[in-house]
Design a protein around this ligand. Structure first.
Ligand code: EPU
Length: 434
């Protein structure tokens, strides 16, 4: 069984570099379905979800090649394939990012409905409504989304749902509108750095997108996109997780190769809890040796505190004596970590969309099971702080979104040992054709 053994209670010290962003890699890889000509991506992390997207694109007729460990070349070699395999889509919700590109470039996309997940219902109504507004015909047939269009046409689309903008919905519509005839105006769009990265990548391929990073995005459709070379942004969620590892172990950790301005809400939270925070052009240092105090936080769409950091922050609050609270306005059902954190002797309970926490200095090691990616990361953090030997089972969930997580923690002085199989990497082609 895949598991992580942690001997906790050691402060972490040192420097660690973050990998490229998973949530930029996935939609940008899917967007290469729109492109005529070879694409080269740099700083692509090797992790479970990227391997799933590689397999999905290969199944859709893209030839992939990894010239180096962290670069990936992609070329559309069989554009007749338009149906995403259920065996791959069911592994990862972000598979839905291929829908917009398929219908825009290949005239038809058939993608199994992604279904619910541990974070809650996660509907995709806003993706589908947006594609219909662009002129796609959509029907749901025995669990499959079938989207067809001759040529999409620009439209005004409002993308905000009851919980704020949709990130992958914005990605799907940015892609689809790039090849539509005429102008598309997206209002209530996501402004996350990963969406900005996707839009800039598309512009590098010849798209005409303005307003990235704001809630209003304008896209002037073009008839074709060409190949480009693109370096992905650093993973701000990985950076935040490593900084929180410094805080929870009361050590001093410097995270290199990150974008401090993309971490503003996380750094504010660290400072609220009493940590020393220092930033440079591409690094952040957190000093967790000062007295720490409890706090109240709310996860919200960018530039708010990311929901993908909420479980890891909850672990840190569990290790600070006193009363804390953390609300999640984006995924009000994201509480897979709560019961497992309580195994460490912490006291967390759920009230509506909020976790109430009575923190303690004395977390104790325990066997736990990672229920999903970020909840798994929060259990690893708690294990690093707890005295004694913790075992985190099902750590494959963590491999989905963190590159060499155990190795990076060990380099900071953590006693961690990985047992069992890693999430297997997908095997790319030896080279691109032509
Ligand atoms: N929503 C709707 N209708 C839609 C789409 C979303 O009501 O059509 C709701 C969702 O149910 C949720 C909220 O809107 O309450 C936000 O969902 P969103 O669509 O933004 O989430 P997502 O695009 O499916 C991405 C990330 C998640 C991250 C969220 C929020 C990727 C591949 N995934 O998901 O990342 O939590 O945005 O920031 O970018 C993770 O990395 O662990 C992860 C789950």
């Amino acid at each position: 069984m895949d598991r992580l053994l942690i001997e906790g209670g050691r402060p972490l010290f040192g420097r660690v570099a973050v990998s490229g962003a998973k949530n930029a890699a996935l939609p940008i890889m899917a967007a290469t379905l729109l492109v005529d000509g070879p694409v080269r991506l740099e700083r692509v992390p090797q992790l479970g979800d990227v391997a799933t997207m590689e397999a999905l694109l290969a199944q859709l007729g893209v030839t992939l090649h990894r010239p180096t460990d962290d670069s990936l070349e992609l070329l559309n070699t069989d554009t007749s394939r338009r149906r995403a395999a259920y065996r791959l889509v069911r592994r990862m919700r972000a598979s839905v990012c291929v829908l917009g590109p398929l219908v825009a470039r290949r005239g038809r996309g058939v993608v199994p409905l992604p279904g619910g997940c541990r974070l809650g219902d996660r509907p995709i109504d806003l993706h589908l409504r947006g594609l219909v507004a662009l002129g796609a015909e959509i029907r749901i047939d025995r669990g499959l989304i079938v989207a067809t269009a001759r040529r999409l046409r620009g439209a005004r689309i409002h993308l905000e749902g009851p919980r704020g903008p949709t990130v992958t919905g914005t990605a799907n519509l940015l892609c689809a509108a790039s090849l539509a005839r005429g102008v598309t105006l997206l209002s209530g769009a996501a402004s996350e750095p990963e969406i900005v990265d996707l839009g800039r990548f598309l512009n590098a391929c010849g798209a005409r997108i303005a307003g990235l990073g704001t809630r209003e995005i304008e896209i002037q459709g073009v008839s074709q996109l060409g190949g480009a070379c693109w370096q992905l942004i650093p993973d701000r969620i990985e950076a935040a997780t490593l900084l929180l590892a410094g805080l929870i172990t009361r050590g001093v950790v410097t995270v290199d190769r990150c974008v401090p301005s993309d971490l503003a809400a996380v750094l504010e939270a660290l400072a609220t809890l009493g940590a020393g925070v220092r930033t440079g052009p591409d690094f952040v240092t957190v000093d967790g040796r000062f007295a720490q105090r409890p706090g109240s936080f709310a996860a919200a769409p960018h530039p708010g505190l990311p929901t993908d950091v909420q479980p890891q922050l909850a672990a840190c609050l569990a290790a600070i004596p006193g009363r804390s609270a953390i609300q999640d306005t984006v995924f009000p059902e994201r509480f897979g970590h709560v019961a497992e954190l309580n195994r460490f002797g912490a006291q967390l309970c759920r009230r509506g969309d909020t976790t109430l926490i009575e923190g303690t200095h004395a977390l104790e090691a325990a066997p736990v099971v990672a229920p999903d990616l970020r909840a798994g990361a929060s259990l690893v953090l708690a294990g690093l702080a707890a005295r004694g030997a913790t075992v985190v089972h099902k750590v494959l969930h963590v491999d989905r979104g963190y590159e060499r997580f155990a190795e990076k923690l060990a380099a900071l002085g953590a006693s961690v040992e990985r047992r069992g199989q890693m999430a297997t990497a997908w095997s790319p082609s030896p080279r691109l054709p032509g």
